[in-house]
Design a protein around this ligand. Structure first.
Ligand SMILES: Cc1ncc(C[n+]2csc(CCOP(=O)(O)OP(=O)(O)O)c2C)c(N)n1
Ligand SMILES: [Mg+2]
Length: 660
């Protein structure tokens, strides 16, 4: 549909809603929605495959507002196209407690919000993951079921962020031709003109990544629409530079950073209404414009019905539905118990990173949704198994991804893979480099996404690589993120159980912090229960009434066990509690926790900082761990040097008992 007066008024409806909602809330960002109203109208009316009455249609195009501060753009679009849950009342309550219209778009608050955005750059990187998921699932289930595009609106800020460089490089390498980014090319950010801070050749940059770069007047809907047509026709990902004026339609403020993030004010809004020929009251949309938008929202209805028919006829439909529901087959639990029974019969001393690889090997046949990879540390992270083939542009059916040295891009893409549905992403690097993933890990947790972070080389135990590579504060920093499960398994059995729990928890991400060094197996006997799922449990009890409780995680469980036998020899009865997941232990009943912890003096041993353990440490209890950076040396020297030894635990225990 051409740039008709009606089309222009459809775009102006977005502008009016944005300026009115921001004015009502007395906060928010009117400039971006007003600047991109025309380009978004072209996308939603001419191209985006969606049906507002079936928001969860699995084969819908995904639309990601990476420039999340422009949230009123997506709220206006969802309302106008007829998403039932995005009522005008929600728009009136923009940014108020309990409204779907949060300051920045939040996944789960309303249909049509495909991901949480606001931290700039995350959305475009999520979109790369969604486009990867689309190609993989199409390879697996066929074009009949999976055949869609991923559209992004990104601003100057998104493209300045480092993560966008990683993500765009990945997308070009993987030739994700169904990824189409509309760049709000307005040369304005908060501090003023972007020339204050950046002079990149953006077209050259994306061309070098292997993208197609197109340019259009962002206020010419026909031109934007034609560019999207050209983007769809090319097998490279496309960046469409939409040349826009920020705050377009606000006569005195447009084109300045003043419209970026502040209400326009009553006078400027009145002047904008005049200029845009929009005489209607705040939040009032003329019937003809509403009708035209509703038509756009129903445009995909027939395509959706046709898809439902194809789905019903597809031999893959049951497997496809199970994947999209994110269900874990019971066979996964059975595979884990089988593997644990093998370990019960023939105990193994394994680095938990290797135990993780063996767990993946055991689980993979029962869990085809697993979509794994590593940021260039495949051999060290032990993330690849024999059954894997590599996902790339010549083989999208592969389930193993070489993310390259792009930890942040990997983590953000994994969020997109999980959000797309149908797959369970896991990705790996060294635990110390969770710092390079952290912004996206926080969003996995905020969005309740099942993303599994396989983080090896989990302490000074990695030895000679030294303090740059030795995590010290990382377990504490990760445990500080709400809704993120941090596992630090102590042997091969706990590692398998951690994998099982991570997979079965559909609404939270997990970190598996794994050792480089071999750890003796301490779990024996009956393997029916998943003890790790309780967070902590008595690993080895004492024969006599308990005098000391030794708590430890990961590689330090072995130290606690050593201390336990030394204490026993000295006539002191100590129990060893293994704590593979503090978060899950905190979630148990008081009765369970009390039974595990007992009342005896406690000694906690973990080769990390004390922070995060305080809630288990009473006044006279003792913590053995790190309080400085590590050092470069062989592992045994390091444990001695930093005093994380069975001897230190015995000494502390003796002292605690004498002082009682
Ligand atoms: C990671 C991150 N850093 C900083 C911010 C704060 N912030 C929000 S918008 C913005 C400027 C964005 O500029 P641009 O993308 O050009 O948006 P426009 O002003 O054109 O709407 C900044 C710095 C943020 N949201 N996320
Ligand atoms: Mg800008």
């Amino acid at each position: 549909m051409p740039n008709t007066p009606q089309r222009q008024q459809m775009a102006n409806a977005i502008r009016a809603l944005a300026m009115d909602a921001v004015q009502a809330a007395n906060s928010g960002h009117p400039g971006m929605p007003m600047g991109m109203a025309d380009a978004a109208t072209a996308l939603f009316c001419d191209h985006l495959k969606f049906d507002a009455s079936t928001p969860d249609w699995p084969d819908r195009d995904r639309f990601i507002l990476s420039a999340g501060h422009g949230s009123m753009l997506i709220y206006a679009l969802l309302h106008l196209t007829g998403y039932k849950d995005m009522t005008i009342d929600q728009l009136r309550r923009f940014r108020q407690l309990g409204a779907r219209t949060a300051g920045h778009p939040e996944y789960g608050h309303a249909n049509g919000i495909e991901t949480t955005t606001g931290p700039l750059g995350q959305g475009i990187a999520n979109a790369v993951g969604m486009a990867m998921a689309e190609r993989h699932l199409a390879a697996r289930f066929g074009d009949d079921l999976v055949d869609h595009h991923t559209y992004v609106i990104a601003g100057d800020g998104c493209l300045m962020e480092g993560v966008s460089h990683e993500a765009a490089s990945m997308a070009g390498h993987m030739r994700l031709g169904r990824l189409i980014v509309l760049f709000d090319d307005n040369s304005i950010s908060i501090d003023g003109d972007t020339s204050l801070a950046v002079s990149d050749d953006i077209s050259g940059r994306f061309t070098a990544y292997g993208w197609q770069v197109l340019t259009a007047d962002g206020h010419d809907m026909d031109a934007v629409s034609a560019a999207i047509t050209a983007a769809k026709a090319d097998d490279r990902p496309s960046l469409i530079r939409c040349k826009t004026v920020i705050g377009f339609g606000a006569p005195n403020k447009q084109g300045t950073s003043g419209v970026h993030g502040a209400p326009l004010g009553a006078d400027e809004i009145a002047a904008a209404r005049e200029l845009l020929d929009w005489p209607h009251a705040p939040f009032e949309i003329p019937a003809a414009i509403t009708a035209a938008w509703r038509e756009a929202g129903a445009r995909g209805h027939d395509a959706c019905s046709a898809w439902q028919d194809r789905h019903a006829a597809s031999p893959h439909h049951a497997a496809f539905d199970q994947a999209m529901r994110g269900e874990i087959d019971k066979a996964v639990g059975a595979a884990v118990v089988d593997w644990k029974n093998t370990l019960a019969t023939a105990p193994q001393k394994l680095a938990t990173r290797v135990a993780s690889q063996k767990a993946i090997e055991a689980i993979l046949p029962a869990c085809p949704a697993l979509f794994g990879g590593s940021a260039d540390l495949t051999g060290s992270n032990n993330t690849r198994v024999a059954a894997h083939t590599v996902f790339d542009h010549s083989h999208y059916a592969g389930t193993y991804i070489h993310y390259g040295v792009r930890e942040h891009g990997m983590a953000a893409a994994m969020n997109g893979i999980a959000l797309h549905g149908g797959l369970i992403p896991y990705g790996a690097t060294f635990l110390v480099f969770t710092d390079y993933c952290r912004p996206s890990m926080r969003l996995s947790a905020l969005m309740n996404q099942r993303v599994i972070y396989v983080m090896t080389h989990d302490s000074i135990g990695l030895g000679e690589d030294g303090p740059t590579h030795q995590p010290v504060e990382h377990l504490a920093a990760l445990r500080a993120i709400p809704n993120l499960m941090v596992f630090r398994p102590g042997d091969a059995v706990e590692t398998a159980e951690a994998w099982q729990t991570a997979l079965e928890t559909t609404n939270a991400p997990s970190v598996l912090a794994l050792s480089r060094q071999g750890l003796a197996q301490f779990r024996h006997g009956d393997m029916t229960d998943n003890k790790t799922a309780k967070g902590a449990y008595i690993a080895v009890d004492c024969d006599a009434p308990r005098q000391i409780t030794l708590l430890a995680s990961g590689s330090e469980v072995a130290i606690a066990l050593d201390a336990q036998s030394n204490l026993a020899a000295a006539g002191i009865a100590a129990a060893v509690v293994s704590v593979p997941c503090l978060d899950l232990f905190a979630a148990q009943s008081d009765a369970y926790r009390d039974a595990v912890l007992g009342t005896a003096p406690r000694i906690i041993i973990e080769a990390g900082i004390r922070q995060g353990w305080e809630w288990l440490l009473r006044d006279d209890d003792h913590f053995i761990g790190m309080s400085s950076f590590g050092a470069s040396a062989p592992i045994d020297d390091l444990y001695q040097h930093f005093g994380i030894t069975a001897g230190a635990a015995v000494e502390a225990a003796t002292g605690l008992i004498e002082n009682r």
